[in-house]
Design a protein around this ligand. Sequence first.
Ligand code: EPZ
Length: 426
Amino acid sequence: MEKLVIEGGIPLHGEVRISGAKNAALPLMAATLLTPGRHILRNVPDLRDTRTFIRLMENLGVKSERKDDVLILDSTHLVHAEAPYDLVKTMRASVLVLGPLLARLGKAKVSLPGGCAIGARPINFHIMGLERLGVTCKLEGGYVDAHIDAPMQGNVIYFDVPSVTGTENLLMAAVLAEGTTVFKNAAREPEVGNLIDMLNKMGARIEGRDTDRLTVHGVKELFPADCTIIPDRIETGTYLIAIAATGGSGTVTGCNPAHLPSLLEKLRSAGLSIGETENSISISWPSRLQALPALGSVDIKTMPYPGYPTDLQAQYMALMTLGSDICVITETIFENRFMHVAELQRMGAKIRVDGHSAVVSGRGMNGLSGAPVMATDLRASSSLVIAGLAASGRTDISRIYHLERGYENLVEKLTGLGARVWKEQE
Ligand code: EPZ
């Protein structure tokens, strides 16, 4: 296996271009199952997860062709309606084929994704919503075996908590249902909006984009899509935090500042200067007298969009270990998303976990020192990269396949900012 090696303590400077959003590319690929034809998706990132999803689609009979960041998916001939365990277990987002397969074929057999490092990750809201639309779902042998005996009927679907893929899966199920479906307490993430735009371009009739109340008027037919994936807001936030953590300055391009309202506010409160254009964000430290900047310690609490994103919690914690005071980080979305804490502590971080909250005692901008650490999940691993970049000395990060799930060309992008980072065999 490979590890990532970082010689830390070098301020990052320069420009980095953001790739398409992983968490938009996956549902938009699934949506091409809804109707036969040659679909075109643009700005698709080349990641472990997108490659896995393409394999899943090909397993269903979809023909795929990639030219740079343009992905062509021809879903004319589907050969079956099953998503097997060996594929789903490596990427839980595979559950997103459930809704479109039921809408297109009237049946679907999808392996239950099972838990993952950050939590149990149930899909009860997905099942509840499908049953409200008239789908029969049987859970047996670790699979959801679902089918309809008559066309799906529109209904009211209420989410106890806003679920991103739950909203996406059920939108794709409802667009071809008879009648109208109303979603209440739906997720409002930008990736859901990207999917709604694509479905409406395909001929669907969905109202309420960006709100928690969506109305879907069922239609009889959809047409092949030509759609562009939005920039990855989590990758954007990861690079902004990395630049800040190293005491550097830089510009993140090809991104959408409007998708990061909470993070930009927190970084400004912590003392950073943030500039925005419609597709770039620049970050720097105000001119200062002392050699090292003084980073403010600012609390966060993760919430559904537009609150602070749980997918940027670990990265922010790495930054706050360098703060000049104490702050509290509260994780409200997942039950076990503090696994980066033990690894950060190996690098000298002072953090105390108490239930869903972590109390971080900042040790100043040179508070971390390099060490061998282990990645446990996608976003925890990116927080270790940030810590390694900020720390003095060398950091070796093992199990970097986690990182490759969600960060395109990570080594090239960091090197372009002046980082000393490379891969080695374990
Ligand atoms: C999506 O996961 C993202 N993945 C996650 O990103 C992200 O962390 C999460 O949304 C929250 O923003 C993709 O979009 C592919 P949820 P999802 O359903 O949809 C509970 C990453 O790093 N829940 O919004 O699976 C659930 O346990 C990944 O890119 C149920 O109880 O998350 C959680 O507490 C990690 N029953 C809360 O809802 C359900 O049926 C929100 O989960 C569904 C969810």
